[in-house]
Design a protein around this ligand. Sequence first.
Ligand code: E4P
Length: 220
Amino acid sequence: MQFFIDTANLDHIREAAELGILDGVTTNPSLMAKEGITGEKNILKHYRDICAIVGPGKDVSAEVISTDFKGMVAEGKKLAELHENIVVKIPMIKDGIKAIAHFSELDIKTNCTLVFSAGQAILAAKAGATYLSPFIGRVDDITWDGIALIKEINEIYSLQMYETAILAASIRTPLHIVQAAKAGADVVTCPLSAITGLLNHPLTDIGLEKFLADHKKANG
Ligand code: E4P
């Protein structure tokens, strides 16, 4: 399973990249706004900065703002031309599906976002999306089961041999990461806190303290 970081914060991206386990980045308009990145020029520069931090071969999702086919295609082309790492992130709406099919023909990578059902997942795969982003945290927020959705999509994609990668998004906790891995997600995209949260275990802390204390006792 690949690890993407879900943020537009350059320090967090750098920290995750330095861990040596980072495979890519996802952003969205809310995450860009949170970092105070506004205006087309600054937004495009920020995507270039992210690509420079993560280095070659790491996919970076950049989301279109347009909601009509023509607008999404124009915006997506501009984003894709920015850097070879860029994946055009497109919402799961009618024109979005048309745009994904169009980009698929052009061999431009896409990430179909705001996915909440197996039916939407089938459409996105048929259109040729590179990644599919089911939002598991937001499904849990309304007391449905986000992980069950990943399992259902994984079952369908395996049976139908769809090539679209399941990118479990809206991850909130380290437990979500473990559950997404068990449910068959190809990628998880998560905040830095969820990634570093995987490190924690009290027995590791107690064990390390004891090893260091014993070494000190024996060696002075
Ligand atoms: C990722 O592609 C999504 O934009 C993101 O995971 C949404 O997460 P949230 O539900 O925590 O906002």
